[in-house]
Ligand binder design. Structure first.
Ligand code: SF4
Length: 117
């Protein structure tokens, strides 16, 4: 691996991070705390993201905003959105309701982030 430059997104300080080395021994520079070190290694080896989006609700025009309950592999984000677009939520929905369990076997649930009556 050549050098990879990143901005840490774990807190508002937004440290500029550099990851270098090979998979067996990666070095991180620029982090002000251990969370940045962890984030940079995760980004270099296997990036993960919280998925956020909207989905349709049966019989209602207003879309439902949703998110995953934990980070999923970045390479699965588009497939996960495809799965979400195949489903329509059923009103009433409360914020926090699970709409899809264990999406794509990631262990993350897709939950509503707002309520719809
Ligand atoms: S390295 Fe630590 S201090 Fe810097 S942005 Fe990341 S979490 Fe914040």
């Amino acid at each position: 691996m050549e050098k990879q430059e990143l901005i840490c997104i774990m807190c508002p300080r937004s440290c500029r991070l550099t990851v270098s080395g090979s998979d067996g021994s990666l070095a991180v520079e620029g982090n002000m705390c251990p969370r940045g070190h962890e984030y940079a290694l995760s980004e270099a080896v296997h990036p993960m993201r919280i998925l956020t989006g909207i989905m349709r609700v049966e019989g209602i025009k207003e879309p439902l905003s949703i998110k995953t309950t934990k980070m999923i592999p970045k390479e699965l984000l588009l497939r996960a959105m495809d799965e979400i677009h195949k489903v329509k939520a059923k009103a009433p929905v409360k914020a926090g309701d699970i709409i899809i369990s264990d999406i794509l076997g990631t262990g993350a649930d897709v939950v509503a982030t707002k309520s719809i009556k």
